[in-house]
Design a binder for this molecule. Structure first.
Ligand code: BJW
Length: 236
């Protein structure tokens, strides 16, 4: 790993594991099936076209649930790092919850969208949304009943990839937290960072599918590993 005092630009990739201790289910754990559906079968445009009621119910349930959850010490530590780190920093989250923001982080980018936005496929407007979509409410902007969750499904292109790739190319340190490394292009960012010369660190409950690409991998709960790592980084 590069000497800590040579680090200025940091990219942090987070996944479902960072929110697990807030009570939000991960996707690929033991209980990762939702009513016998794998996420790969529900989170696709084809599933939405085939059975919109099922997909909207899945998202309505999760949108309601996240609003009852609170950030944990991992989100809080990352928010502290964001506030105190003098160099460039970008938290690229695959999560569609808003727990990084509610902990106070500002430099956050949601590559797989956000539960609390609804996207009108008629007029392309994104509207803040806390209620349900299964009842097919009208778009606040154009009135069309064409709202869908503003999330990125399999086969769709994740958001803001140009910004993500530019930040990764400039990174001195790339840190992956609480993600299985099963879903691309997020899972490929570590290789890109490594090939651009960044030091790479994985913080995860267990070794991820991409663990071999990291210079260092620490195993444990995010609520313990992340605050300890942030303390380490801010004290150098
Ligand atoms: C803890 C913990 C604790 C637990 N502390 N840790 C064949 C090969 C390669 C790629 C493909 C392929 N066929 C198709 C593809 C592409 C496809 C893909 O990757 N498929 C795979 C299944 C193989 N990808 C796409 O389609 C993407 N688009 C795309 O590729 O477009 C083309 C493109 C090309 C080039 C550039 C750009 C684009 C789109 C992917 C969209 C993913 N969407 C979802 C749903 C979002 C909405 C929703 O929430 O419903 O995003 S799927 C789901 O998986 C969600 C997550 O963000 C994503 C990643 O999951 P994550 O976060 O890693 O969670 P888990 O559950 O997998 O892991 C949790 C981890 O935490 C575990 O390791 C635990 O151990 C750990 N953990 N508790 C610390 N307390």
């Amino acid at each position: 790993m590069a000497a800590m005092n040579n680090i200025r630009n940091i990219v942090i990739l987070t996944g479902a594991g960072v929110s697990a201790e807030s009570g939000i289910d991960t996707f690929r754990s033991e209980g990762g099936l939702w009513e016998q559906h794998r996420v790969e079968d529900v989170a696709t445009p084809e599933a939405f076209a085939r059975d919109p009621e099922l997909v909207l119910r899945f998202y309505d349930m999760r949108r309601e649930a996240i609003q009852t959850k609170q950030p944990n010490s991992a989100h809080e530590a990352l928010a502290r790092l964001d506030a105190e780190w003098p160099g460039e920093l970008l938290i690229v989250t695959q999560n569609v919850d808003d727990l990084h923001e509610r902990a106070g982080a500002r430099r956050v980018l949601h590559m797989h969208g956000e539960h609390l936005l609804a996207w009108c496929t008629a007029c392309d407007t994104r509207s803040p949304w806390t209620g349900t979509l299964i009842d097919r409410p009208p778009c606040p902007a154009c009135g069309a009943r064409a709202l869908r969750p503003d999330v990125v499904w399999f086969g769709e292109v994740p958001y803001r990839m140009d910004e993500i790739m530019a930040a990764v190319a400039q990174a001195d340190l790339f840190v992956s937290i609480g993600t299985s490394g099963a879903v691309y292009p997020a899972a490929g960012l570590v290789r890109m960072a490594s090939e651009s010369g960044a030091a790479t660190l994985e913080l995860n409950l267990e070794r991820s599918q991409g663990t071999r690409w990291f210079d260092e991998a620490r195993q444990g709960p995010a609520s313990e590993l992340v605050p300890a790592w942030v303390d380490e980084l801010l004290s150098t």
